[in-house]
Design a protein around this ligand. Structure first.
Ligand SMILES: Cc1ncc(COP(=O)(O)O)c(C=O)c1O
Length: 384
């Protein structure tokens, strides 16, 4: 054995991969941990989605390999969903690639575009996978900050003052995780112009567009965006299907073909039952989205109360599945996280795992029923 790839030295095991082992151990020791750490929807998909999956399982013809591009009916459903949700027209034959979740798309896109030494603009704080995949491919993350008083607008003036000649990709993500910054049509327009000017490929990661937003936004609804931008989307959060692993990449046909070249060498088509379930989910009516808004809105009010009790501050003008909180002067985020976990058995996430700008922040998930959030609230009340 002559050692491991030096690439793995560039990354750490994913925070939740390690931390959830510890949380599971605590639970196996009889500690009733309330998990307000991870953004995994706790509710089931719509019963019709489950029914569609079940019906497929019973069919003996359903178990073979599937098309690398998903069945046509799935791509048509994605096209209809994009039209209905965002007013974006997509060609189901050329502009849509179903994925096993959007996380894998981050790797596929990065492998499609990056060479060692290329630079990638990444939000700080931001979803950790953008930077780790960049590093695994021997490219360099270049972090940019977001102005949280301006719906998370990147500081484009500061970026313009840098040498951008090596920058090939820019990751953007609105509603932004972890901060909940909403973004806006104007910000997306500015970003499209910026990407055009500097010949940067703009990659919008868009899994939270239906969670506590007034208007779901797609980068592809911006005039001219199709020339420079692609979008990842996901059924994980919108349809309570994170474990199913279904997402999509949409955008320019010629770029999508290159991504397919990479992806088809690494995995195969998704199980038919998953695709049938996804089709049913994508065709759900408006009441599904209205219910989601109400559910997360009610939970968020309780999480705000919890945050108040802990002396944390937060911005009520936010979207997505988390409340992003600043810790009070004189305390560190790790102190708060550890105190909650070990003294009260409540798990929340330290902001630092999303980048240096996440220091002194914590992220609280809305993926717990109201009674559990209330229980967390009372645990703190009774024992601190
Ligand atoms: C910003 C962001 N992008 C992508 C993902 C991955 O989602 P999935 O792979 O389940 O589609 C997540 C999941 O938490 C996320 O927060």
């Amino acid at each position: 054995m002559k050692g491991f790839s030096s690439k793995i030295e560039t990354v750490e095991e994913y925070y939740f991969s390690a931390k959830l082992r510890e949380v599971s151990k605590m639970i196996s020791e009889g500690k009733a941990v309330i998990n307000l750490g991870i953004g995994s929807p706790d509710l089931a998909p719509d019963p019709k989605v489950i029914e569609a999956m079940k019906n497929t399982v019973d069919n003996t013809q359903s178990h073979g390999y599937q098309s690398y591009q998903g069945i046509p009916e799935l791509r048509v459903s994605i096209a209809n969903y994009y039209q209905k949700s965002y007013g974006v027209s997509l060609d189901p034959n050329t502009e849509i690639l179903p994925l096993m979740g959007s996380k894998e798309g981050i790797m596929h896109l990065s492998m499609t575009f990056l060479n060692p030494g290329d630079e990638v603009l990444i939000p700080n704080p931001g979803y950790p996978t953008y930077a780790s995949v960049t590093k695994l491919l021997e490219a360099s993350p270049v972090y940019y900050s977001l102005d949280l008083h301006k719906n998370g607008r990147p500081n484009l003036e500061e970026l313009e003052s840098r040498d951008l000649s090596k920058v090939k990709l820019m990751w953007i993500n609105y509603p932004h995780m972890p901060t909940g910054a909403k973004g806006s049509r104007i910000i997306l327009e500015e970003l499209v112009a910026f990407a055009k000017k500097h010949q940067i490929v703009l990659l919008h990661d868009n899994p939270y567009s239906h969670i506590l937003t007034e208007e779901p936004l797609s980068i592809l609804s911006i005039p001219g965006a199709k020339d420079v931008a692609m979008e990842l989307n996901s059924l994980s959060k919108t349809f309570n299907m994170p474990g199913w692993r279904i997402g999509m990449l949409v955008g320019r046909a010629d770029w999508l073909q290159k991504v397919l070249k990479v992806k088809s060498n690494m995995d195969s088509g998704m199980f038919l039952g998953l695709q049938k379930g996804a089709i049913t989910a994508l065709n759900l009516g408006q009441s599904w989205f209205d219910d989601l808004q109400e559910l997360y809105g009610n939970r968020r009010k309780l999480v705000w109360k919890l945050a108040d009790k802990l002396g944390l501050s937060y911005d009520q003008n936010s979207a997505g599945m988390f409340v992003w909180c600043k810790v009070p002067e004189g305390k560190t985020a790790d102190e708060i996280v550890d105190h909650l976990l070990y003294e009260h058995h409540i798990f929340i996430t330290p902001g630092r795992i999303f980048g240096p700008a996440g220091e002194n922040h914590v992220r609280i998930s809305l993926c717990m029923p109201e009674f559990k959030i209330l229980e967390a609230f009372h645990r703190i009340k009774t024992s601190s």
